[in-house]
Ligand binder design. Structure first.
Ligand code: HEM
Length: 395
């Protein structure tokens, strides 16, 4: 199923079949894993302590055994990311980061994010056309994240290149050369933030002193673990939002009546973002390692096997959402799980939401007659991170 090009272009019919046939399925893909397609099971799995987030080694295990020893530093850095940790280590490192990403803390950033969106559109408006991914979706989250993390604009290109190296490594079947480049970039990010951390430590109220000065009953946080979180934020904070913005604009332009509704009533933008996250999110699945044997829907799940929660399928489960295949930005809805659920709920959810809302409002104001310039969406054909390579539009 996953290798099928049709699935990669449009996974939703396959998700429907999975949901309708059974609540759990075995797949030999991904080295063997259990698939959960229904909303109720996905939500339970994301809170199940028998399912561990410690799966960072899977990245390097995709390479031949003899190459893996070259990638020890990559393994070590990624192994410290909160997304790959369980409590209590996970909670300890996540806590200080949360304070930076609350809606209240981000509120002061709004005018600056609006300015970034506007300045990107300024460049395009004259031309009357744009390739939305390249011209907006790609640079926008990078510029925003650089602002949130306090990265000087002069370093932005480096910061995007480092993230791109890791994204290339995440694609299926990476070579040792690609993996080594990703490792070198992670080391470069670490060194970069080590210097920035030393430089900015005296300043008040920034992410650096927040992390460096954080202390709990166990004392200060280890510097190595703090630096690892920066490598993680730089990667996950760009690609997820970039792809979601493309998916959101494509979905709206494929449903012009929804675009018109939003144009008439821009106050619907926050609701529209929620509905678009439900309908066509960038993060389609979440994987966990089984740590103890248990039975689920009559199937025995064994330690060492994996569970893949199909978020994209759960968000279109008719047991949870009325007419789930319909995009309706006025929907008053039960909560989608595009940002996950439980302890690993997306740390950047409020930021991603604010960025998306600002981007939509800006597009509606500045380019109310936006139209698709191609009938065939150019999907990236990735399974867990769904997004477009290109999205040409006329504005
Ligand atoms: C539309 C954009 C985004 C989507 C759809 C998204 C989705 C998700 C999902 C589904 C998870 C949970 C994964 C799991 O449980 O396996 C997650 C976790 C995470 N996200 Fe996002 N995300 C987005 C944007 C962002 C941004 C902008 C940032 C940072 C600036 C961010 C940082 C994180 C982090 C650090 C985690 C791990 C949290 C933890 O393990 O405690 N995300 N995201």
């Amino acid at each position: 199923m996953f290798a099928n090009p049709e699935f990669k272009v449009n996974p939703y019919p396959a998700y429907r079949r999975l949901r309708e046939n059974a609540p759990i399925h075995w797949t030999d893909s991904f080295g063997g894993a259990w698939l959960l397609p229904r909303y109720a099971d996905v939500v339970k799995a994301m809170r199940d302590p028998r399912l561990s987030a410690r799966r960072s080694y899977l990245l390097v295990d995709r390479l031949p055994r003899e190459d893996r020893k070259e990638l020890a530093q990559l393994n070590r850095i990624v192994g410290n990311w909160i997304s790959f940790l369980d409590p209590p280590e996970h909670s300890r490192l996540r806590k200080p980061l949360e304070t930076v990403f609350t809606p209240a803390a981000l509120k002061t950033m709004r005018p600056c994010i609006e300015k970034i969106a506007d300045s990107l559109l300024d460049k395009m408006q004259e031309k009357g056309e744009m390739e939305f991914m390249h011209d907006f979706a790609y640079p926008f989250p990078s510029l925003v994240l650089a602002n949130v993390l306090g990265i000087p604009t002069k370093d932005l290109d480096r910061f995007i290149a480092w993230s791109d190296d890791f994204v290339s490594f995440q694609a299926p079947k990476p070579t040792l050369e690609v993996a080594t480049r990703a490792q070198n970039s992670l080391i470069a990010i670490t060194e970069y933030f080590k210097a920035l951390l030393a430089e900015r430590h005296q300043e008040q109220h920034n992410i650096f002193c927040l992390l460096k000065d954080f202390e709990d009953e166990e004392g200060e946080l280890p510097l190595e673990a703090i630096l690892a979180q920066f490598t993680m934020l730089i990667i996950v904070g760009q690609e997820t939002t970039r792809y979601f913005l493309g998916n959101a604009v494509l979905a709206l332009l494929q449903h012009p009546q929804q675009w018109e509704i939003l144009k008439r009533d821009p106050s619907l933008a926050p609701n529209a973002v929620q509905e678009l996250l439900r309908y066509e999110s960038s993060v389609q699945s979440s994987i966990r390692l089984i740590t103890e044997e248990f039975v689920l829907h009559g199937r025995t799940l064994k330690p060492g096997q994996f569970v893949i929660s199909l978020i994209g399928s759960a968000n279109r489960d008719p047991a949870k959402f009325t007419n789930p295949e319909i995009l309706d930005i006025t929907r008053s809805q039960p909560p989608h799980i595009a940002f996950g659920y439980g302890a690993h709920f997306c740390l950047g959810a409020a930021l991603a939401h604010m960025e998306s809302e600002i981007a939509l409002n800006c597009l509606l104001n500045r380019m109310p007659n936006l139209k698709l310039a191609s009938d065939t969406p150019d999907w990236n054909l990735e399974i867990s991170l769904r997004g477009l390579n290109r999205l040409p539009v006329a504005c």
